[in-house]
Design a protein around this ligand. Structure first.
Ligand code: G4P
Length: 542
């Protein structure tokens, strides 16, 4: 049992995600953050863990073949009196929808840039989601051990392309073969030397020391040049302002090399000190589902120190063991003190669950969670009762909104090769849609299902899982549709529209009406013709 109060437990949580363009070094950085946090003992552990995981689950062979990570999970570790929950987001762009949902469970994001490449397309996309959700960002510029762009050019790119004030906390003394270390900007004027790995040096970096005592680590005029550079930097960039960072106007910039475990302690310290603890969340208090003449829902705020356990499911993962059809719902707590065995209710169905075997994902292994607090993520095994976007609480009345579904960019028809298995296919498709793997649309007329995805790779994962888990050999065929839009409006207006476009109307798995457009031109055309109907690219479940 914790001796700390609820507020103190919540206050020491740091729940964060790493966002990066593929190849910028997210996996390597994850590993080295875990190493610096004492959560794993040797480099290579994250990959080894990945290998084990793959060995246990066949469907992830796609992950192995394509060398990409397609599932998001969480790793928890305790360091320096704080509990860190690192949410792992898939980097491949086809999985951006999954990434977006994971970011709804994060309180802070680490944006990793490759020092030679700066901001890349996927960085920009992910950044936009963080901005939309008011998630503060710490920047880590990686791969300093290789030739980098001019540091000022990198910061200017952050300022101009992201409209974000960069505030350098450290400044790199060169890069690549000439990398000498990192000098602190302002502050105590420390210097963190860099050491190369050689035959007789294990490459451990010396402890930081005052900059004016660091002459041994420089050559020629390098140190004097650095003094001039630091003067320019201090005059040219705003000093770090915690409030501006929390409000999303400023990003502290740190530098290093994930691969060479350089600059990682500084990054971890910055997360511990500056990343916000779980915040007060907006929610709605609803009447129980079966209530007649229910009162109108009430807008409420949920403080992390509130007694009642509340939270939401941001991801559902298939069980790693293909012999079990169980799923693990990743539940992000917004408040309360969770104890194993507790009963929680699903807000929209009123179903009650006894959470007897909750899982905490400690970096080294999975463990049963005995207790958890706001900011923590626990895995709740269930047989399909929990869905992405579900809100859970002790009372069953608290509902968090804001988990988006994104309009798919590819729509295909799916057929099973053995026609006797059509019923099975339907069940499997619903299952995968509930997990959020792909979206499913059931046209009002006709029998074919339309499956939607943000990227092609989602179809590959889907086909693989349909084969491995459900024994279904399927084929995808082009559909006549190019776009899907959720439609809403007054009943009469919706009926008028649907009446005219019946063959293109469908329902999603929550029975929300969807218009399937044959082209983006058609979407624009109907939106103009039916101004009272809203055609939406996203749908927020909750
Ligand atoms: P990702 O998850 O963002 O896609 O990137 P990942 O960590 O897999 O890193 C991509 C490549 O960049 C890897 O090389 C990795 O070793 C390298 N890398 C990451 N951080 C650094 C760094 O600080 N310095 C240097 N020089 N390289 C770095 P790879 O050759 O593609 O893979 P591997 O065979 O080394 O695993």
């Amino acid at each position: 049992m914790s001796k700390l109060t609820l507020a103190q437990e919540a206050d020491r949580r740091r729940t964060f995600a790493i966002i990066a363009h593929p190849d910028a070094g997210k996996t390597t950085l994850t590993e080295h953050i875990l190493l610096a946090g004492g959560a794993v003992r040797a480099a290579g552990a994250v990959k080894a863990r990945g290998e084990n995981r793959r060995a246990r689950s066949d469907w992830m062979k796609i992950e192995k073949e394509r060398g990409i990570s397609v599932t998001a999970s969480v790793m928890t570790f305790e360091h320096d009196g704080k509990m860190f929950n690192l949410l792992d987001t898939p980097g491949h762009e086809d999985f951006s929808e999954d990434t977006y949902r994971t970011l709804t469970a994060a309180d802070c994001a680490i944006m990793v840039l490759d020092a030679a490449k700066g901001i890349e397309p996927q960085t920009l996309k992910l950044f936009e989601v963080c901005r939309l959700r008011d998630i503060p960002i710490i920047t880590f510029i990686n791969k300093l051990d290789r030739e980098a762009q001019d540091p000022m050019a990198l910061l200017d790119e952050i300022a101009s392309r992201l409209q974000l004030d960069p505030s350098p906390i450290w400044w790199p003394a060169e890069s690549g073969n000439r990398l000498r270390g990192l000098a602190e900007v302002g502050g105590q004027g420390r210097f963190q030397p860099y050491t190369r790995k050689t035959a007789d040096n294990d490459g451990e970096h010396p402890a930081p020391l005052p900059f004016d005592q660091a002459a041994d680590f420089f050559q020629g005029t390098e140190q004097a040049d650095m003094v001039d550079a630091l003067e320019l930097v201090e005059a040219g960039y705003k000093p770090f302002d915690h409030q501006a960072f929390l409000e999303g106007h400023m990003t502290p910039v740190l530098w290093g090399s994930a691969l060479r475990h350089f600059g990682i302690e500084e990054l971890l310290k910055a997360i511990g000190e500056w990343a916000p603890p779980p915040k007060t969340m907006k929610a709605r208090k609803e009447a129980p589902p079966e209530t007649r003449n229910a009162p109108a829902p009430e807008d409420i705020t949920v403080e992390p120190s509130k007694d009642e356990v509340t939270g939401f499911v941001f991801k559902v993962q298939a069980n790693m063991d293909p012999n079990h059809r169980d799923r693990i719902a990743m539940f992000r707590m917004a408040s309360g003190s969770f104890k194993r065995g507790m009963k929680l209710k699903v807000q929209n169905t009123g179903k009650q669950l006894s959470v007897n075997a909750p899982i905490m994902f400690f970096a080294s292994d999975r463990e049963l969670a005995e207790e958890a607090y706001a900011g923590d993520v626990i895995g709740i095994p269930n047989h399909g009762v929990l869905r992405v976007g579900d809100s859970l609480s002790e009372s069953g009345l608290v509902r968090f909104a804001g988990l988006p579904n994104f309009a798919p960019e590819i729509l295909q028809r799916v057929r099973v090769k053995d026609p006797l298995k059509a019923k099975h296919l339907q069940k499997a498709l619903v299952g995968l849609a509930e997990e959020g793997v792909t979206q499913l649309f059931r046209p009002e007329l006709g029998a074919d299902f339309i499956v939607g995805a943000v990227g092609q790779l989602q179809f590959e994962v889907m086909a693989d899982r349909l084969g491995e888990e459900y024994g279904l050999d399927v084929m995808f065929e082009p559909s006549p549709y190019a776009e899907a839009r959720w439609v809403s409006g007054a009943k009469a207006d919706l009926e008028d529209f649907a009446g005219k476009y019946r063959p293109q109307m469908a329902a999603d798995i929550d029975q929300n009406p969807v218009f399937l457009a044959k082209s983006s031109w058609e979407t624009g055309y109907v939106a103009e013709r039916f101004p009272k109907v809203a055609f939406s690219k996203t749908k927020e479940r909750g």
